[in-house]
Design a protein around this ligand. Structure first.
Ligand code: AMP
Length: 141
């Protein structure tokens, strides 16, 4: 049998967590790392490996909770912004293979625990219309 991931163990009550929100389908807990104050993880109670493999109905419920937590954090923590992000795959930084959404309140651009850098790349060798079309063609109808 496949070993339970750490979030399945938290959901099963086998290891402790600091709960922010819970309903029949969704659990939200404080991230143990507290990248910024209030960093929260929102996850489905049922196991799905990641965002891309999660059924839409459940995915929508997870994002609904993430939105409400972000709104609450803006009100109560004095956050000036929020990063909402989910990592899919180790290459994208996913370390726990159970779909979860990070809700990361932001206080200043240079919050020491969390910074995202997106650098523009040279696109001169890319056929952008063809690239866009190839993605579009493969989208689920
Ligand atoms: P990711 O790297 O996107 O898969 O995010 C996994 C997150 O889970 C990291 O930010 C960890 O700090 C967090 N994490 C790992 N173990 C625990 C735990 N026991 N309780 C709360 N958060 C955890």
């Amino acid at each position: 049998m496949k070993e339970k991931d750490i979030f399945c163990r938290i959901i099963a009550g086998e290891i402790p967590s600091t709960k922010v929100y819970e309903d029949d389908d969704v659990l939200a807990i404080l991230d143990i790392s507290q990248t910024t104050r209030g960093h929260t993880l929102v996850m489905p109670k049922q196991h799905y490996d990641n965002f891309l493999s999660c059924p839409k109905e459940i995915m929508h419920k997870v994002y609904d909770v993430a939105q409400r937590i972000g709104q609450a954090e803006m009100l109560v923590l004095g956050a000036k912004g929020v990063n909402i992000l989910t990592n899919v795959g180790a290459e994208a930084g996913q370390s726990v293979p159970h779909f979860h959404v990070h809700v990361i309140p932001r206080y200043i651009v240079t919050d020491p625990g969390f910074q995202i850098t997106m650098k523009a790349q040279d696109t001169s060798g890319m056929d952008l219309p063809r690239l866009a079309q190839s993605i579009s063609d493969k989208m689920e109808k």
